[in-house]
Write a protein that binds this ligand. Structure first.
Ligand SMILES: [Zn+2]
Ligand SMILES: [Zn+2]
Length: 238
């Protein structure tokens, strides 16, 4: 419940800097979660059903802990922690987050979702890297902003240049699973100056769709000596 003081601050800030919710377009109505509005904010729910411990895909069989896909093709990463389903307000907020000027404001709100994850101990946190072309085009790496949030919350250092993307792989969204895999093959390289032998590394991204990108990152890290790779994402597409 918002207090009279909260409502006053919200009204005052809206008067000075009118702000619209990037999800529904209504006026922001609580300065603590602005620019998101209360309705959109409260509609974002954590995953509350059984998911694969490896890739966070939903599991239908009662008592199962791993999905059929992960049994058939064991991923290079060990496990995945996802806050919510890539749908509704969370999806819209993540899409807005990829564009300035929302990115720097929304990262604080979206970053709070990481508090709910019960992450294991790790040595380093890294973002899924962007290619140079993509980085210049966008101006920032949204995964690095999220990785910093995870780093502060769990007191594990971020190494933003430990993993590099050597070439642009284009838009993955419209590709089928096999095409995604092919496009990403050997696109990531580990910066060999960093010692990652026997290190447990958390890789952070905004969304996991098929897991192909995160799997390719994990493959490069494991081949370079990492003992374990854990994926952390805001949302899982299901
Ligand atoms: Zn809204
Ligand atoms: Zn799985």
């Amino acid at each position: 419940m918002s207090t009279l003081k909260d409502r006053f601050i919200t009204g005052f800030l809206n008067f000075l800097f009118p702000s619209e919710c990037p999800v529904c377009g209504n006026m922001s109505d609580d300065y603590k979660i602005a620019p998101l509005c209360k309705d959109c904010w409260h509609s974002i729910r954590p995953i509350d059903f059984n998911v694969c411990r490896s890739c966070a895909a939903p599991l239908k069989a009662a008592g199962a802990t791993i999905c059929v896909e992960c049994i058939r093709n064991e991923p290079w990463f060990s496990n995945t922690f996802a806050y919510g389903v890539y749908d509704g307000a969370l999806k819209e907020a993540i899409i807005a987050f990829k564009y300035a000027p929302y990115s720097r404001i929304l990262v604080r709100q979206l970053g709070t979702f990481f508090n709910a994850l019960n992450l294991p101990q790790a040595n380093y946190i890294i973002p899924v890297p962007l290619s140079k072309k993509r980085l210049i085009h966008r101006g920032f790496n949204q995964s690095l902003l999220l990785a910093r949030e995870v780093s502060v919350k769990f007191s594990v250092p971020v190494y933003y240049d430990l993993l590099l993307k050597t070439r642009d792989t284009g838009q993955q969204a419209k590709r089928k699973r096999n095409e995604r895999k092919k496009a990403l093959k050997n696109a990531f390289v580990v910066n060999v100056n960093k010692g990652i032998d026997d290190k447990h590394i958390i890789v952070v991204d905004d969304v996991m769709t098929t897991g192909a990108t995160l799997n390719e990152c994990a493959k490069a890290l494991k081949k370079a000596g990492a003992s374990k790779v854990t994926c952390v994402v805001l949302a899982r597409a299901i």
